[in-house]
Design a protein around this ligand. Structure first.
Ligand SMILES: [Zn+2]
Ligand SMILES: [Zn+2]
Length: 136
């Protein structure tokens, strides 16, 4: 039996999900996890969709939270400004805002990095699966 992607190569394993035969090269792509490049590509496409959804909802949430924080800060500022404690309000606002920005920026960066990786793998796999002869 030969590899379903590389018909000139002998199969060394079958995919545990779709049952297709794959060569050493294709088996190695998934770290010999038993998953063929085609199934791995489908996984990456599902993950890409999930990451894009997560990024969208994350950005909506950041905008919502930022508006709430801004309103609270503004309201507090208006209440305290006459007592001459404006600096205190700015300090409190900074203490709330800095961790908020750092936390969200970290998660968005992680999403972006994973998305870049997943999209790179999808492009590579789509090209290899499409041509049927390319090395992965
Ligand atoms: Zn498979
Ligand atoms: Zn192969």
């Amino acid at each position: 039996m030969n590899c379903f992607i590389h018909p000139h190569k002998a199969a060394v394993a079958t995919c545990k999900r779709c049952g297709k035969a794959m060569c050493e090269n294709c088996s190695a792509y998934s770290g010999h996890s038993g998953e063929c490049p085609e199934c791995r590509n489908a996984d990456y496409k599902r993950e890409r969709a999930a990451l894009i959804d997560e990024r969208k909802s994350k950005i909506r949430r950041i905008v919502f939270e930022a508006v709430i924080i801004a309103l609270v800060v503004l309201f507090t500022l208006l209440m305290i400004i006459e007592a001459g404690a404006a600096m205190l309000v700015f300090l409190i606002a900074a203490l709330i805002l800095v961790p908020f920005i750092v936390r969200n920026a970290k998660r968005l960066k992680a999403i972006k990095e994973r998305l870049t990786f997943v999209e790179g793998e999808i492009a590579k796999l789509d090209a290899a699966l499409g041509r049927g002869v390319a090395e992965i």
